[in-house]
Design a protein around this ligand. Structure first.
Ligand SMILES: C[S@@+](CC[C@H](N)C(=O)[O-])C[C@H]1O[C@@H](n2cnc3c(N)ncnc32)[C@H](O)[C@@H]1O
Length: 366
């Protein structure tokens, strides 16, 4: 190749290879069921284009702006601060991906994006995508993580994940808000599916803002308890619980679950906790929960529990890879794995129950 770009022979070779690839691809997508189609491969391989476009739309506030009123291209682009070069393609791509509507040259939200991605609504889940935007750049180094087994996140240059990650107050708040958005659905399912009438007290271990305690206590008047987490989390928990009006039944227990004993309650919950840690740490946390429970008490662990055959819950498997990217030893697990750990800690019974989407809970009874 010359300094000005490909020389003539390189261009010819390049064009021939590209032509062959395109021809091969079109032969593979002829619709003939006997020839394999490359469609699924193409859709998955380049799926990150649409995914990143959505992350940017959330980051730019597209849906919050359109929730106020439908807008024409120029006005919307100006309000969002978009350069004219890409704005039309970007917004029309959102239309084509089913995230926006366009009628008479006016863009508007779909019912789904209006409900979930307008920052002004309590149903907003955009914080999850802020977390997505954060990990997007780390996922660019997945191949390195797979080769080295080393994290690629903020702790790439050393340090314990939560120490490093919580150093910036704004990042801590953003993370905790994202956890509430992720957990509210599973927490509602746990509030409905677990036999709470048999118990009186519960504590969510590693509770973040307290989305689960709020859902559970809000649905069951006879319960009291709260959440245990690192001390810097306390103000966010207090604010969230106070705004739910449940402050008289829910309290914050500050502590470190590796160095402090866990607070005692009839039911302990660990949501998105076990998957953060290595096997030895998982065993330690389960043993500590066992020690803190009365006989007959229950531990509920919920995560993107992988199916026992490790073939179906792609989300759980990818979240496990996210642990590889994020921290030093975390990994997701199957229901059978977790039930085995519960049994070895002394739990007498256990079961797995699906909650929402790829999330399930594993319940151990002492
Ligand atoms: C992935 S978040 C899960 C939050 C919440 N359970 C949920 O599912 O939405 C992990 C939580 O564990 C807390 N945590 C991490 N290390 C901890 C420790 N050593 N002791 C207590 N809590 C800890 C974090 O502050 C964070 O709130």
């Amino acid at each position: 190749m010359s300094a000005d770009g490909p020389s003539r022979p390189d261009v010819a070779v390049y064009r021939r290879c590209l032509g062959e690839a395109v021809q091969m691809h079109s032969e593979m997508t002829t619709g003939d069921p006997t020839t394999p189609s490359a469609e699924r491969i193409m859709a998955l391989g380049l799926g990150f284009l649409g995914s990143k476009a959505l992350l940017s739309a959330v980051e730019l506030g597209v849906f919050s702006e359109l929730a106020k009123e439908p807008l024409p291209l120029e006005v919307l682009a100006a309000r969002l601060g978009l350069h004219p070069r890409g704005s039309r393609d970007f917004l029309d791509a959102m239309v084509a991906l089913g995230m926006l509507q366009r009628m008479d040259d006016l863009y508007s939200n779909t019912p789904e994006t209006d409900f979930f991605l307008d920052q002004a609504k309590p149903s907003y889940i955009g914080e999850i995508f802020n977390l997505g935007t954060r990990i997007y750049r780390f996922w660019g180094a997945l191949t390195d993580a797979l080769r080295t087994g080393l994290p690629q996140s903020e702790i790439k240059d050393g340090g314990a994940f939560f120490d490093v990650f919580y150093r910036e107050p704004e990042r801590l708040r953003q993370f905790l808000r994202a956890m509430s958005a992720l957990t509210t659905g599973p927490a509602m399912a746990i509030a409905g599916k677990f036999p709470w009438q048999r118990y009186r007290t519960f504590i969510d271990i590693g509770c973040a803002e307290g989305a689960l305690p709020v859902q559970v206590a809000g649905s069951h008047q006879h319960l009291s308890g709260g959440g245990f987490d690192l001390p810097p989390v306390a103000p966010a928990f207090d604010e969230y619980v106070k705004s739910s009006g449940l402050g008289d039944r829910l309290q914050f227990y500050p502590g470190d679950f590796f160095t402090d004993p866990l607070p005692a309650a009839d039911v302990l919950i660990m949501g998105h906790i076990l998957h953060d840690w290595n096997l030895e740490e998982k065993h330690l946390l389960i043993r500590k929960a066992y020690a803190a429970l009365p006989t007959g008490g229950a531990l509920i662990a919920y995560d993107s529990i992988i199916d026992d055959e490790r073939r179906e819950n792609a989300h759980g498997l990818l979240i496990s890879l996210n642990m590889l990217i994020e921290n030093e030893g975390g990994f997701d697990y199957t229901g059978a794995d977790c039930r085995g750990w519960l049994e070895s800690a002394g739990f007498s019974e256990s079961y797995v129950e699906p909650l929402v989407g790829p999330i399930s809970m594993v319940v151990g009874i002492k």
